[in-house]
Design a protein around this ligand. Sequence first.
Ligand code: F6P
Length: 575
Amino acid sequence: MTKASQRRPRAPAARERATGVLGLTSLPAWNALEKHHDRIKDLNLRQLFAEDPKRGETLAVEMAGIYLDYSKNRITPETLQLLNQLARESGLKERIEAMFRGDKINVSENRAVLHVALRAPPGASIMHDGHNVVPEVHAVLDRMAEFADRVRGGAWKGHTGKRIRNVINIGIGGSDLGPVMAYEALKHYSDRRIRFRFVSNIDGTDFAEAVRDLDPEETLIIVSSKTFTTLETMTNARTARTWSLSGLKGDESAIARHFVAVSTNAQEVAEFGIDTANMFGFWDWVGGRYSMDSAIGLSTMLAIGPDKFRAMLDGFREMDEHFRSAPFERNLPVLMGLLAVWYNNFFGAQTVAVLPYEQYLKRFPAYLQQLTMESNGKHVAINGARLNYDTGPIYWGEPGTNGQHSFYQLIHQGTRLIPCDFIAFVRTLNPLARHHDMLLANVFAQTEALAFGKTAAEVQAEGTPDWLVPHRVFEGNRPSNTLLVETLTPAALGKLVALYEHSVFTQGAIWRVNSFDQWGVELGKALAQRIIPELESAKEPELRHDSSTNALIRRYRKLRGRSDALAGSRTSRGG
Ligand code: F6P
Protein backbone atom coordinates (compact mmCIF):
# COMPACT_ATOMS: atom_id res chain seq x y z
CA MET A 1 0.00 0.00 0.00
CA THR A 2 1.44 3.40 -0.89
CA LYS A 3 1.96 5.92 1.88
CA ALA A 4 0.04 8.47 -0.17
CA SER A 5 -3.07 6.35 -0.08
CA GLN A 6 -2.80 5.97 3.65
CA ARG A 7 -2.89 9.62 4.42
CA ARG A 8 -4.46 12.42 2.49
CA PRO A 9 -3.33 15.99 3.05
CA ARG A 10 -5.52 17.86 5.46
CA ALA A 11 -6.12 21.54 5.54
CA PRO A 12 -4.56 23.23 8.54
CA ALA A 13 -6.75 24.15 11.46
CA ALA A 14 -5.93 27.79 10.69
CA ARG A 15 -7.94 27.56 7.49
CA GLU A 16 -10.88 26.27 9.41
CA ARG A 17 -10.64 29.15 11.82
CA ALA A 18 -10.32 31.60 8.93
CA THR A 19 -13.53 30.33 7.38
CA GLY A 20 -15.23 30.44 10.75
CA VAL A 21 -16.29 26.84 10.36
CA LEU A 22 -17.11 24.67 13.32
CA GLY A 23 -14.37 23.46 15.48
CA LEU A 24 -13.87 19.83 14.56
CA THR A 25 -10.31 20.07 13.31
CA SER A 26 -9.43 22.45 16.11
CA LEU A 27 -10.64 20.16 18.88
CA PRO A 28 -7.96 18.93 21.28
CA ALA A 29 -8.94 15.32 20.54
CA TRP A 30 -8.67 15.87 16.78
CA ASN A 31 -5.23 17.37 17.10
CA ALA A 32 -4.16 14.62 19.44
CA LEU A 33 -5.46 12.04 16.98
CA GLU A 34 -3.45 13.62 14.17
CA LYS A 35 -0.26 13.37 16.19
CA HIS A 36 -1.16 9.90 17.38
CA HIS A 37 -1.82 8.81 13.79
CA ASP A 38 1.62 10.07 12.76
CA ARG A 39 3.13 7.92 15.48
CA ILE A 40 1.22 4.71 14.90
CA LYS A 41 0.32 4.74 11.21
CA ASP A 42 3.07 2.27 10.37
CA LEU A 43 2.33 -0.06 13.24
CA ASN A 44 1.53 -3.50 11.95
CA LEU A 45 -1.27 -5.73 13.14
CA ARG A 46 1.26 -8.56 13.41
CA GLN A 47 3.18 -6.51 15.92
CA LEU A 48 0.07 -5.37 17.79
CA PHE A 49 -1.13 -8.96 18.19
CA ALA A 50 2.34 -10.18 19.14
CA GLU A 51 2.63 -7.54 21.86
CA ASP A 52 -0.76 -8.35 23.36
CA PRO A 53 -1.65 -12.06 23.19
CA LYS A 54 -5.14 -11.31 24.51
CA ARG A 55 -5.91 -8.56 22.01
CA GLY A 56 -8.42 -10.71 20.11
CA GLU A 57 -10.47 -11.11 23.27
CA THR A 58 -10.11 -7.69 24.83
CA LEU A 59 -10.94 -5.71 21.69
CA ALA A 60 -14.32 -7.36 21.35
CA VAL A 61 -17.71 -6.53 22.73
CA GLU A 62 -20.97 -8.43 22.86
CA MET A 63 -24.46 -7.05 22.97
CA ALA A 64 -27.51 -9.33 23.07
CA GLY A 65 -26.22 -11.96 20.67
CA ILE A 66 -24.17 -9.63 18.49
CA TYR A 67 -20.44 -10.06 18.96
CA LEU A 68 -18.19 -7.37 17.50
CA ASP A 69 -14.52 -8.27 17.17
CA TYR A 70 -12.70 -5.03 16.37
CA SER A 71 -9.25 -6.26 17.32
CA LYS A 72 -8.07 -6.43 13.69
CA ASN A 73 -8.10 -2.66 13.41
CA ARG A 74 -5.05 -0.44 13.26
CA ILE A 75 -5.62 0.94 16.70
CA THR A 76 -4.02 0.93 20.12
CA PRO A 77 -5.69 1.54 23.48
CA GLU A 78 -4.66 5.18 23.05
CA THR A 79 -6.47 5.40 19.70
CA LEU A 80 -9.66 4.23 21.36
CA GLN A 81 -9.25 6.62 24.23
CA LEU A 82 -8.69 9.54 21.84
CA LEU A 83 -11.62 8.56 19.61
CA ASN A 84 -13.82 8.45 22.70
CA GLN A 85 -12.50 11.85 23.66
CA LEU A 86 -13.40 13.08 20.17
CA ALA A 87 -16.92 11.74 20.64
CA ARG A 88 -17.22 13.51 23.97
CA GLU A 89 -15.80 16.79 22.66
CA SER A 90 -18.19 16.54 19.71
CA GLY A 91 -21.15 16.31 22.06
CA LEU A 92 -22.20 12.86 20.84
CA LYS A 93 -24.00 12.04 24.09
CA GLU A 94 -26.01 15.27 23.88
CA ARG A 95 -26.81 14.62 20.20
CA ILE A 96 -28.10 11.14 21.06
CA GLU A 97 -30.28 12.57 23.82
CA ALA A 98 -31.55 15.29 21.48
CA MET A 99 -32.64 12.66 18.97
CA PHE A 100 -34.41 10.49 21.56
CA ARG A 101 -36.02 13.59 23.08
CA GLY A 102 -37.58 14.52 19.74
CA ASP A 103 -35.61 17.75 19.19
CA LYS A 104 -35.77 19.00 15.61
CA ILE A 105 -32.22 17.94 14.84
CA ASN A 106 -32.99 17.78 11.11
CA VAL A 107 -32.65 21.54 11.00
CA SER A 108 -32.72 22.09 7.24
CA GLU A 109 -36.17 20.49 7.12
CA ASN A 110 -37.18 21.60 10.62
CA ARG A 111 -38.02 18.04 11.61
CA ALA A 112 -37.50 15.74 14.53
CA VAL A 113 -35.73 12.45 13.87
CA LEU A 114 -37.68 9.83 15.70
CA HIS A 115 -37.31 6.49 13.98
CA VAL A 116 -36.52 5.18 17.46
CA ALA A 117 -40.21 5.83 18.32
CA LEU A 118 -41.21 3.26 15.68
CA ARG A 119 -39.91 0.50 17.93
CA ALA A 120 -40.78 1.93 21.32
CA PRO A 121 -42.86 -0.39 23.53
CA PRO A 122 -46.60 0.37 23.84
CA GLY A 123 -46.34 2.03 27.27
CA ALA A 124 -43.45 4.34 26.36
CA SER A 125 -43.72 8.06 25.95
CA ILE A 126 -41.85 9.91 23.21
CA MET A 127 -42.98 13.46 22.77
CA HIS A 128 -43.21 15.30 19.50
CA ASP A 129 -44.70 18.78 19.31
CA GLY A 130 -46.28 18.32 22.70
CA HIS A 131 -47.84 14.91 22.29
CA ASN A 132 -46.81 11.33 22.79
CA VAL A 133 -46.34 9.62 19.40
CA VAL A 134 -46.06 6.07 20.71
CA PRO A 135 -49.83 5.36 20.81
CA GLU A 136 -50.12 6.47 17.14
CA VAL A 137 -47.24 4.19 16.20
CA HIS A 138 -48.95 1.23 17.81
CA ALA A 139 -52.32 2.11 16.32
CA VAL A 140 -50.77 1.87 12.83
CA LEU A 141 -48.95 -1.34 13.75
CA ASP A 142 -52.24 -2.83 14.92
CA ARG A 143 -53.98 -1.87 11.67
CA MET A 144 -51.11 -3.31 9.67
CA ALA A 145 -51.31 -6.53 11.70
CA GLU A 146 -55.03 -6.84 11.18
CA PHE A 147 -54.64 -6.29 7.44
CA ALA A 148 -51.68 -8.68 7.19
CA ASP A 149 -53.59 -11.40 9.02
CA ARG A 150 -56.54 -11.01 6.66
CA VAL A 151 -54.38 -11.20 3.54
CA ARG A 152 -52.25 -14.07 4.84
CA GLY A 153 -55.27 -15.96 6.09
CA GLY A 154 -57.21 -15.51 2.86
CA ALA A 155 -60.03 -13.41 4.36
CA TRP A 156 -58.96 -10.41 2.26
CA LYS A 157 -59.82 -11.37 -1.28
CA GLY A 158 -59.33 -9.75 -4.64
CA HIS A 159 -62.24 -8.09 -6.45
CA THR A 160 -63.23 -11.30 -8.21
CA GLY A 161 -63.11 -13.34 -5.01
CA LYS A 162 -59.69 -14.88 -5.58
CA ARG A 163 -57.16 -15.14 -2.80
CA ILE A 164 -54.16 -12.80 -2.87
CA ARG A 165 -51.14 -14.77 -4.05
CA ASN A 166 -48.89 -11.92 -5.18
CA VAL A 167 -47.82 -8.74 -3.46
CA ILE A 168 -45.99 -6.00 -5.32
CA ASN A 169 -44.36 -3.19 -3.40
CA ILE A 170 -43.95 -0.10 -5.56
CA GLY A 171 -41.56 2.43 -4.07
CA ILE A 172 -38.03 3.73 -4.43
CA GLY A 173 -35.14 4.69 -2.16
CA GLY A 174 -36.15 4.14 1.44
CA SER A 175 -39.58 3.02 0.29
CA ASP A 176 -37.99 0.13 -1.61
CA LEU A 177 -34.53 -0.72 -0.33
CA GLY A 178 -35.63 -1.46 3.23
CA PRO A 179 -38.63 -3.57 2.17
CA VAL A 180 -36.70 -5.58 -0.41
CA MET A 181 -33.69 -6.05 1.86
CA ALA A 182 -35.90 -7.18 4.76
CA TYR A 183 -37.92 -9.50 2.54
CA GLU A 184 -34.77 -11.16 1.22
CA ALA A 185 -33.18 -11.25 4.68
CA LEU A 186 -36.21 -12.86 6.29
CA LYS A 187 -37.37 -14.99 3.37
CA HIS A 188 -36.77 -18.10 5.46
CA TYR A 189 -39.63 -16.97 7.74
CA SER A 190 -41.95 -15.87 4.95
CA ASP A 191 -45.25 -17.31 3.80
CA ARG A 192 -44.17 -19.10 0.62
CA ARG A 193 -47.72 -19.19 -0.70
CA ILE A 194 -47.41 -15.49 -1.50
CA ARG A 195 -44.97 -14.20 -4.09
CA PHE A 196 -43.35 -10.86 -3.38
CA ARG A 197 -42.04 -8.51 -6.02
CA PHE A 198 -40.49 -5.07 -5.67
CA VAL A 199 -40.73 -2.44 -8.38
CA SER A 200 -38.68 0.72 -8.04
CA ASN A 201 -37.03 1.82 -11.27
CA ILE A 202 -38.79 4.16 -13.68
CA ASP A 203 -37.36 1.90 -16.37
CA GLY A 204 -40.51 0.12 -17.59
CA THR A 205 -38.60 -3.14 -17.66
CA ASP A 206 -38.75 -3.29 -13.88
CA PHE A 207 -42.55 -3.31 -13.87
CA ALA A 208 -42.92 -5.44 -17.00
CA GLU A 209 -40.68 -8.20 -15.64
CA ALA A 210 -42.28 -8.05 -12.20
CA VAL A 211 -45.79 -8.73 -13.49
CA ARG A 212 -45.21 -10.87 -16.56
CA ASP A 213 -46.26 -14.09 -14.84
CA LEU A 214 -48.79 -12.60 -12.42
CA ASP A 215 -52.58 -12.56 -12.49
CA PRO A 216 -54.04 -9.13 -11.58
CA GLU A 217 -56.98 -10.87 -9.91
CA GLU A 218 -54.61 -12.37 -7.35
CA THR A 219 -52.30 -9.38 -6.99
CA LEU A 220 -52.19 -6.78 -4.24
CA ILE A 221 -50.22 -3.63 -4.94
CA ILE A 222 -48.71 -1.59 -2.14
CA VAL A 223 -47.82 1.91 -3.27
CA SER A 224 -45.15 2.99 -0.79
CA SER A 225 -44.11 6.60 -0.84
CA LYS A 226 -43.58 8.96 2.03
CA THR A 227 -44.46 11.97 -0.12
CA PHE A 228 -46.66 10.21 -2.69
CA THR A 229 -45.21 12.54 -5.31
CA THR A 230 -42.03 10.71 -6.31
CA LEU A 231 -41.80 10.50 -10.09
CA GLU A 232 -40.72 6.86 -10.31
CA THR A 233 -43.23 5.57 -7.80
CA MET A 234 -46.19 7.51 -9.13
CA THR A 235 -45.37 6.52 -12.72
CA ASN A 236 -45.12 2.86 -11.74
CA ALA A 237 -48.27 3.15 -9.64
CA ARG A 238 -50.23 4.53 -12.60
CA THR A 239 -48.91 1.77 -14.84
CA ALA A 240 -49.86 -0.76 -12.18
CA ARG A 241 -53.36 0.70 -12.04
CA THR A 242 -53.76 0.28 -15.79
CA TRP A 243 -52.37 -3.28 -15.63
CA SER A 244 -54.60 -4.16 -12.72
CA LEU A 245 -57.74 -2.70 -14.29
CA SER A 246 -57.05 -4.40 -17.60
CA GLY A 247 -57.07 -7.73 -15.80
CA LEU A 248 -60.17 -6.82 -13.85
CA LYS A 249 -62.36 -5.82 -16.80
CA GLY A 250 -61.77 -2.14 -16.23
CA ASP A 251 -63.90 -2.12 -13.11
CA GLU A 252 -62.76 0.93 -11.12
CA SER A 253 -64.33 -0.40 -7.94
CA ALA A 254 -61.72 -3.18 -8.06
CA ILE A 255 -59.00 -0.74 -7.04
CA ALA A 256 -60.08 -0.83 -3.40
CA ARG A 257 -59.34 -4.58 -3.17
CA HIS A 258 -56.04 -4.46 -5.05
CA PHE A 259 -54.34 -1.22 -4.02
CA VAL A 260 -53.19 -0.01 -0.63
CA ALA A 261 -50.97 2.94 0.10
CA VAL A 262 -48.25 3.62 2.63
CA SER A 263 -47.63 7.33 2.95
CA THR A 264 -47.59 10.45 5.08
CA ASN A 265 -49.66 12.27 2.47
CA ALA A 266 -53.36 11.37 2.72
CA GLN A 267 -54.38 14.06 0.23
CA GLU A 268 -52.18 12.75 -2.57
CA VAL A 269 -53.23 9.18 -1.79
CA ALA A 270 -56.89 10.16 -2.18
CA GLU A 271 -56.16 12.10 -5.37
CA PHE A 272 -54.46 9.05 -6.83
CA GLY A 273 -57.68 7.12 -6.24
CA ILE A 274 -56.78 4.94 -3.29
CA ASP A 275 -59.33 5.00 -0.50
CA THR A 276 -57.59 6.43 2.58
CA ALA A 277 -59.25 3.61 4.53
CA ASN A 278 -56.64 1.48 2.73
CA MET A 279 -53.79 3.76 3.67
CA PHE A 280 -51.22 3.06 6.36
CA GLY A 281 -49.65 6.25 7.62
CA PHE A 282 -46.40 7.37 9.07
CA TRP A 283 -44.95 10.72 9.96
CA ASP A 284 -42.57 13.39 8.75
CA TRP A 285 -40.25 12.57 11.65
CA VAL A 286 -39.39 9.26 9.95
CA GLY A 287 -36.75 9.69 7.27
CA GLY A 288 -37.20 7.55 4.15
CA ARG A 289 -34.00 5.59 4.74
CA TYR A 290 -34.98 5.04 8.38
CA SER A 291 -38.48 3.80 7.60
CA MET A 292 -38.32 0.03 7.05
CA ASP A 293 -39.80 -0.53 10.50
CA SER A 294 -42.70 1.88 9.90
CA ALA A 295 -45.72 1.12 7.71
CA ILE A 296 -43.20 1.09 4.85
CA GLY A 297 -42.51 -2.41 6.20
CA LEU A 298 -46.03 -3.55 5.31
CA SER A 299 -44.67 -5.97 2.69
CA THR A 300 -42.30 -7.35 5.34
CA MET A 301 -45.21 -7.90 7.71
CA LEU A 302 -47.24 -9.55 4.96
CA ALA A 303 -44.31 -11.87 4.31
CA ILE A 304 -43.34 -12.86 7.85
CA GLY A 305 -46.51 -12.09 9.81
CA PRO A 306 -47.17 -9.58 12.59
CA ASP A 307 -45.52 -11.53 15.41
CA LYS A 308 -42.20 -11.83 13.64
CA PHE A 309 -42.43 -8.20 12.54
CA ARG A 310 -42.82 -7.23 16.20
CA ALA A 311 -39.86 -9.45 17.06
CA MET A 312 -37.84 -7.48 14.50
CA LEU A 313 -38.93 -4.24 16.20
CA ASP A 314 -37.82 -5.67 19.55
CA GLY A 315 -34.38 -6.23 18.04
CA PHE A 316 -34.24 -2.63 16.84
CA ARG A 317 -35.28 -1.46 20.31
CA GLU A 318 -32.60 -3.49 22.08
CA MET A 319 -29.96 -1.82 19.96
CA ASP A 320 -31.55 1.61 20.53
CA GLU A 321 -31.37 1.12 24.29
CA HIS A 322 -27.79 -0.10 24.04
CA PHE A 323 -26.82 2.93 21.92
CA ARG A 324 -28.45 5.29 24.37
CA SER A 325 -27.13 3.79 27.58
CA ALA A 326 -23.90 1.83 27.02
CA PRO A 327 -20.64 3.61 27.77
CA PHE A 328 -18.92 4.62 24.55
CA GLU A 329 -16.10 2.11 25.18
CA ARG A 330 -18.58 -0.78 24.99
CA ASN A 331 -21.12 0.77 22.65
CA LEU A 332 -21.24 -1.14 19.35
CA PRO A 333 -22.60 1.62 17.09
CA VAL A 334 -20.31 4.21 18.68
CA LEU A 335 -17.26 1.98 18.26
CA MET A 336 -18.09 1.20 14.64
CA GLY A 337 -18.86 4.84 13.88
CA LEU A 338 -15.63 6.08 15.45
CA LEU A 339 -13.57 3.47 13.60
CA ALA A 340 -15.17 4.66 10.35
CA VAL A 341 -14.10 8.22 11.22
CA TRP A 342 -10.59 7.01 12.10
CA TYR A 343 -10.02 5.44 8.69
CA ASN A 344 -11.89 8.12 6.75
CA ASN A 345 -10.20 11.15 8.24
CA PHE A 346 -6.84 9.96 9.47
CA PHE A 347 -5.89 7.21 7.00
CA GLY A 348 -7.72 8.81 4.06
CA ALA A 349 -9.68 5.63 3.34
CA GLN A 350 -12.40 6.45 0.87
CA THR A 351 -14.57 3.39 1.14
CA VAL A 352 -15.89 0.78 3.53
CA ALA A 353 -16.70 -2.72 2.28
CA VAL A 354 -19.62 -4.54 3.89
CA LEU A 355 -19.31 -8.26 3.36
CA PRO A 356 -22.17 -10.38 4.66
CA TYR A 357 -21.40 -14.10 4.69
CA GLU A 358 -25.07 -14.88 4.51
CA GLN A 359 -26.92 -15.27 1.23
CA TYR A 360 -30.12 -13.93 2.76
CA LEU A 361 -28.35 -10.61 3.30
CA LYS A 362 -27.57 -10.18 -0.39
CA ARG A 363 -29.38 -6.83 -0.53
CA PHE A 364 -27.92 -5.57 2.74
CA PRO A 365 -25.01 -3.66 1.14
CA ALA A 366 -27.42 -1.93 -1.28
CA TYR A 367 -29.67 -1.00 1.64
CA LEU A 368 -26.68 0.35 3.56
CA GLN A 369 -25.61 2.45 0.60
CA GLN A 370 -28.67 4.66 0.96
CA LEU A 371 -28.53 4.63 4.75
CA THR A 372 -24.89 5.68 4.91
CA MET A 373 -24.36 7.78 1.82
CA GLU A 374 -27.66 9.67 1.67
CA SER A 375 -27.16 10.40 5.36
CA ASN A 376 -23.53 11.47 5.50
CA GLY A 377 -22.66 12.37 1.91
CA LYS A 378 -22.63 16.06 2.84
CA HIS A 379 -20.22 18.88 2.05
CA VAL A 380 -21.58 21.43 4.48
CA ALA A 381 -21.97 21.39 8.22
CA ILE A 382 -25.28 21.60 10.00
CA ASN A 383 -24.77 25.38 10.17
CA GLY A 384 -24.26 25.60 6.40
CA ALA A 385 -20.49 26.15 6.48
CA ARG A 386 -18.37 24.37 3.84
CA LEU A 387 -16.38 21.55 5.39
CA ASN A 388 -12.65 21.17 4.92
CA TYR A 389 -12.46 17.52 5.87
CA ASP A 390 -13.94 14.42 4.33
CA THR A 391 -17.32 13.13 5.39
CA GLY A 392 -19.22 9.96 4.46
CA PRO A 393 -17.14 7.22 2.89
CA ILE A 394 -18.45 5.11 0.02
CA TYR A 395 -20.10 1.94 1.29
CA TRP A 396 -20.19 -1.04 -0.99
CA GLY A 397 -20.11 -4.80 -0.87
CA GLU A 398 -21.39 -8.18 -1.93
CA PRO A 399 -22.08 -11.35 -0.04
CA GLY A 400 -19.19 -13.70 0.62
CA THR A 401 -17.87 -15.95 -0.64
CA ASN A 402 -18.78 -14.57 -4.09
CA GLY A 403 -16.77 -11.37 -3.60
CA GLN A 404 -13.66 -13.43 -2.84
CA HIS A 405 -13.57 -14.50 -6.46
CA SER A 406 -13.78 -10.97 -7.77
CA PHE A 407 -12.86 -7.77 -5.94
CA TYR A 408 -11.08 -9.22 -2.88
CA GLN A 409 -7.91 -9.23 -4.97
CA LEU A 410 -7.87 -5.45 -4.68
CA ILE A 411 -8.60 -5.50 -0.96
CA HIS A 412 -5.73 -7.92 -0.35
CA GLN A 413 -3.09 -6.62 -2.74
CA GLY A 414 -4.27 -3.30 -4.14
CA THR A 415 -2.83 0.07 -3.19
CA ARG A 416 -5.90 1.32 -1.36
CA LEU A 417 -6.84 0.88 2.24
CA ILE A 418 -10.32 -0.61 2.47
CA PRO A 419 -11.68 -1.24 5.95
CA CYS A 420 -14.11 -4.16 5.85
CA ASP A 421 -17.09 -5.21 7.93
CA PHE A 422 -17.52 -8.99 7.86
CA ILE A 423 -20.96 -10.19 8.97
CA ALA A 424 -21.49 -13.85 9.78
CA PHE A 425 -23.93 -16.08 11.64
CA VAL A 426 -23.04 -18.96 13.91
CA ARG A 427 -26.00 -21.05 12.80
CA THR A 428 -27.34 -21.34 9.28
CA LEU A 429 -31.02 -21.50 8.43
CA ASN A 430 -30.23 -24.06 5.74
CA PRO A 431 -27.92 -26.70 7.17
CA LEU A 432 -26.63 -28.61 4.16
CA ALA A 433 -23.72 -30.99 4.49
CA ARG A 434 -20.55 -29.06 5.40
CA HIS A 435 -21.53 -25.78 3.73
CA HIS A 436 -21.78 -23.67 6.84
CA ASP A 437 -18.46 -24.67 8.39
CA MET A 438 -16.86 -23.99 5.03
CA LEU A 439 -18.57 -20.61 4.80
CA LEU A 440 -17.44 -19.56 8.27
CA ALA A 441 -13.93 -20.88 7.66
CA ASN A 442 -13.80 -18.43 4.77
CA VAL A 443 -14.87 -15.50 6.96
CA PHE A 444 -12.20 -16.22 9.54
CA ALA A 445 -9.60 -16.92 6.85
CA GLN A 446 -10.27 -13.66 5.07
CA THR A 447 -9.95 -11.47 8.16
CA GLU A 448 -6.79 -13.35 9.15
CA ALA A 449 -5.27 -13.01 5.69
CA LEU A 450 -6.14 -9.32 5.49
CA ALA A 451 -4.67 -8.56 8.90
CA PHE A 452 -1.51 -10.63 8.84
CA GLY A 453 -0.76 -11.23 5.19
CA LYS A 454 2.21 -13.28 4.09
CA THR A 455 5.74 -11.93 4.11
CA ALA A 456 8.36 -12.33 1.40
CA ALA A 457 10.31 -14.66 3.71
CA GLU A 458 7.24 -16.83 4.15
CA VAL A 459 6.63 -16.91 0.42
CA GLN A 460 10.30 -17.77 -0.25
CA ALA A 461 10.23 -20.52 2.36
CA GLU A 462 7.55 -22.21 0.27
CA GLY A 463 10.07 -22.58 -2.54
CA THR A 464 8.66 -19.79 -4.68
CA PRO A 465 11.15 -18.61 -7.35
CA ASP A 466 12.57 -15.17 -6.52
CA TRP A 467 11.02 -13.42 -9.50
CA LEU A 468 7.55 -14.54 -8.38
CA VAL A 469 7.91 -13.64 -4.72
CA PRO A 470 6.71 -10.00 -4.91
CA HIS A 471 3.55 -11.09 -6.71
CA ARG A 472 2.73 -13.56 -3.99
CA VAL A 473 3.40 -11.31 -1.02
CA PHE A 474 0.46 -10.14 1.06
CA GLU A 475 1.41 -7.00 2.95
CA GLY A 476 -1.43 -7.50 5.40
CA ASN A 477 -2.31 -4.77 7.88
CA ARG A 478 -5.71 -4.49 6.22
CA PRO A 479 -8.27 -3.67 8.91
CA SER A 480 -11.59 -5.37 9.48
CA ASN A 481 -14.45 -5.71 11.93
CA THR A 482 -16.14 -9.07 12.37
CA LEU A 483 -19.76 -9.14 13.45
CA LEU A 484 -20.63 -12.63 14.60
CA VAL A 485 -24.34 -13.09 15.22
CA GLU A 486 -26.02 -16.22 16.51
CA THR A 487 -28.79 -16.79 13.96
CA LEU A 488 -30.43 -14.59 11.35
CA THR A 489 -33.76 -14.06 13.09
CA PRO A 490 -36.11 -11.08 12.69
CA ALA A 491 -34.76 -9.71 15.97
CA ALA A 492 -31.17 -10.12 14.82
CA LEU A 493 -31.96 -8.24 11.61
CA GLY A 494 -33.51 -5.43 13.67
CA LYS A 495 -30.38 -5.21 15.82
CA LEU A 496 -28.11 -5.21 12.79
CA VAL A 497 -30.01 -2.45 10.99
CA ALA A 498 -30.21 -0.32 14.14
CA LEU A 499 -26.48 -0.88 14.68
CA TYR A 500 -25.71 0.68 11.30
CA GLU A 501 -28.32 3.44 11.75
CA HIS A 502 -26.63 4.52 14.96
CA SER A 503 -23.14 4.10 13.55
CA VAL A 504 -24.20 6.52 10.81
CA PHE A 505 -25.55 8.85 13.50
CA THR A 506 -22.25 8.70 15.36
CA GLN A 507 -20.28 9.53 12.22
CA GLY A 508 -22.62 12.39 11.34
CA ALA A 509 -22.32 13.83 14.85
CA ILE A 510 -18.54 13.82 14.63
CA TRP A 511 -18.58 15.43 11.19
CA ARG A 512 -21.23 18.01 12.25
CA VAL A 513 -23.43 17.21 9.29
CA ASN A 514 -27.18 16.85 9.11
CA SER A 515 -27.52 13.10 8.55
CA PHE A 516 -31.24 13.42 7.97
CA ASP A 517 -31.74 15.59 4.92
CA GLN A 518 -30.95 14.72 1.29
CA TRP A 519 -30.91 17.92 -0.76
CA GLY A 520 -28.36 16.34 -3.05
CA VAL A 521 -31.05 14.38 -4.86
CA GLU A 522 -33.09 17.44 -5.81
CA LEU A 523 -31.19 19.02 -8.70
CA GLY A 524 -31.26 15.94 -10.93
CA LYS A 525 -34.96 15.44 -10.17
CA ALA A 526 -35.78 19.03 -11.19
CA LEU A 527 -33.71 18.87 -14.37
CA ALA A 528 -35.35 15.59 -15.38
CA GLN A 529 -38.76 17.22 -15.01
CA ARG A 530 -37.59 19.94 -17.39
CA ILE A 531 -36.14 17.49 -19.90
CA ILE A 532 -39.09 15.08 -20.04
CA PRO A 533 -41.24 17.44 -22.17
CA GLU A 534 -38.23 18.24 -24.31
CA LEU A 535 -37.93 14.55 -25.17
CA GLU A 536 -41.64 14.04 -25.66
CA SER A 537 -42.76 17.14 -27.52
CA ALA A 538 -43.81 16.62 -31.13
CA LYS A 539 -42.32 19.97 -32.08
CA GLU A 540 -38.57 20.51 -31.81
CA PRO A 541 -38.15 22.19 -28.40
CA GLU A 542 -36.02 25.21 -27.80
CA LEU A 543 -33.09 23.78 -25.88
CA ARG A 544 -31.25 25.93 -23.42
CA HIS A 545 -28.92 23.45 -21.79
CA ASP A 546 -25.17 23.18 -22.28
CA SER A 547 -23.97 21.96 -25.68
CA SER A 548 -23.43 18.40 -24.48
CA THR A 549 -26.92 18.01 -23.00
CA ASN A 550 -28.48 19.70 -26.02
CA ALA A 551 -26.67 17.34 -28.39
CA LEU A 552 -27.69 14.28 -26.40
CA ILE A 553 -31.32 15.37 -26.39
CA ARG A 554 -31.26 16.06 -30.13
CA ARG A 555 -29.63 12.74 -30.87
CA TYR A 556 -32.18 10.88 -28.78
CA ARG A 557 -35.06 12.67 -30.48
CA LYS A 558 -33.59 12.01 -33.89
CA LEU A 559 -33.06 8.31 -33.27
CA ARG A 560 -36.57 8.05 -31.87
CA GLY A 561 -37.80 9.71 -35.07
CA ARG A 562 -39.16 12.73 -33.25
CA SER A 563 -37.56 15.56 -35.13
CA ASP A 564 -34.99 16.74 -37.57
CA ALA A 565 -31.80 16.90 -35.53
CA LEU A 566 -30.83 20.10 -37.25
CA ALA A 567 -34.04 21.90 -36.45
CA GLY A 568 -34.64 23.95 -33.32
CA SER A 569 -32.63 26.38 -31.33
CA ARG A 570 -28.87 26.18 -31.09
CA THR A 571 -28.87 28.32 -27.97
CA SER A 572 -26.59 26.67 -25.47
CA ARG A 573 -25.51 27.44 -21.97
CA GLY A 574 -21.76 27.23 -21.67
CA GLY A 575 -21.13 26.89 -25.41
O1 F6P B 1 -34.24 10.04 -3.52
C1 F6P B 1 -34.58 10.80 -2.44
C2 F6P B 1 -35.70 10.25 -1.63
O2 F6P B 1 -36.36 11.31 -1.07
C3 F6P B 1 -35.24 9.28 -0.53
O3 F6P B 1 -34.73 9.91 0.56
C4 F6P B 1 -36.49 8.54 -0.28
O4 F6P B 1 -36.25 7.37 0.46
C5 F6P B 1 -36.95 8.30 -1.69
O5 F6P B 1 -36.62 9.48 -2.38
C6 F6P B 1 -38.39 7.96 -1.86
O6 F6P B 1 -39.23 8.99 -1.43
P1 F6P B 1 -40.77 8.73 -1.20
O7 F6P B 1 -40.92 7.69 -0.15
O8 F6P B 1 -41.32 10.05 -0.77
O9 F6P B 1 -41.37 8.28 -2.51
